[in-house]
Design a protein around this ligand. Structure first.
Ligand SMILES: [Zn+2]
Length: 341
């Protein structure tokens, strides 16, 4: 039937809960609501996607809203977007080990008062929307797993509309997301959490050097570039499952300010792939040695980059049917593996 977004921001807790509240969390949730209302891709919703604090007080309230949002998606072109901003915790001694999201009535060190990510994942997976995206801005979001089943690689080149994405404020060994604001951001985003503030800034400003709407890859690149300018933030993390970097999520408010140019250097190709996925891969494969160097560079990157390296490598096996070309491609990778650079 339609694309649906649900924004859950829990920044106020009971006085005796032992959990510290942050005004930045609710400010972030409100700002997501405003950004979605402004975006023609999302602005048609009849009511605000931001869950009211009364419903966000209990796991039951959050899950009922989530199931309703998940049920709205029916077609491959529908998107389900779930945003959680608040406190996260991780307990190892619950079944399977799980990240838990705080709700308004949660109490510290009492896992049963929190909402296990397992239930959130279950509800999102049940949605028939073609693209399912979870944005988690909380501590221990680094421990959240893939949303979908084991990765299935795209069988065709270019845009693929089905799949899942988990985009988290922190990754790697960093477990603490910074709930404080970033003073470098324009008002009112300087009152949001750091990760959400930077994300919302990309939505607000657009990406002037990116000619198209905001793909998952472009959104991540835009946030990282903004955060790098600040120089003090931890890197966010993006887990893609089936979904390609090329999946469109938001309107680019600065769209069309620059012209699309075919990438030339290794760095330009790495950026193109991270922003837009594999849509231009056939052009890259016309230069097998360059393709090899691009894969080498991607392999040195983070989870998203390494995953992309695997996809490019697989495509190279399919597209480079001439053995001479494949040897030129593979030669670059082999040289790097042997320590030649
Ligand atoms: Zn910043």
């Amino acid at each position: 039937m339609a694309s649906r977004a649900l924004v859950v921001g829990v920044g106020t807790y009971d006085v005796d809960s032992g959990i510290h509240g942050y005004p930045t969390i609710e400010a972030s949730a409100r700002a997501y609501g405003e950004a979605l209302a402004r975006d023609p891709r999302w602005g048609t919703a009849a009511r605000s996607p931001v869950l009211d604090p009364h419903q966000a007080r209990t796991a039951d309230g959050v899950m009922r809203a989530l199931h309703e949002a998940a049920a709205a998606g029916e077609r491959p072109e529908d998107t389900l977007l779930v945003v959680y901003v608040g406190h996260g915790a991780y307990w190892q001694d619950v079944p399977g080990g799980q990240v838990h999201f705080a709700v308004g009535s949660s109490r510290i060190n009492e896992p049963w008062t929190w909402l296990s990510a397992w239930y959130v994942y279950r509800a999102i997976r049940k949605s028939k929307a073609g693209l399912k995206v979870l944005i988690a801005d909380c501590c221990y979001s680094s421990m959240l797993p893939h949303l979908g089943p084991e990765p299935v690689l795209p069988g065709v080149l270019g845009t693929r509309f089905r799949g899942t994405c988990v985009f988290t404020a922190v990754g790697g060994a960093v477990h603490n997301a910074w709930a404080g604001a970033c003073a470098n951001l324009p008002a009112p985003l300087d009152g949001c959490t750091t990760f959400s503030g930077h994300l919302l800034n990309v939505l607000g400003q657009g990406m002037p050097h990116h000619p198209d709407d905001l793909t998952l890859g472009a959104l991540r690149a835009g946030i990282e570039e903004g955060m790098q300018e600040c120089g003090v933030h931890d890197r966010p993390r993006m887990l893609l499952n089936d979904a390609s970097e090329a999946a469109l999520l938001f309107t680019n408010r600065a769209k069309g300010r620059s012209r699309m140019r075919t990438p030339g250097t290794v760095d330009e190709w790495v950026r193109e792939l991270l922003l837009n996925g594999e849509r231009k891969l056939p052009a890259l494969m016309n230069r097998p040695d360059l393709a090899g160097r691009v894969v080498v560079q991607l392999k040195r990157g983070d989870e998203q980059s390494r995953d992309l390296a695997r996809r490019v490598d697989r495509t190279a096996g399919e597209l480079l049917t001439n053995p001479v070309d494949f040897v030129r491609y593979w030669g670059e990778i082999e040289r790097a593996m042997l320590g030649g650079g």
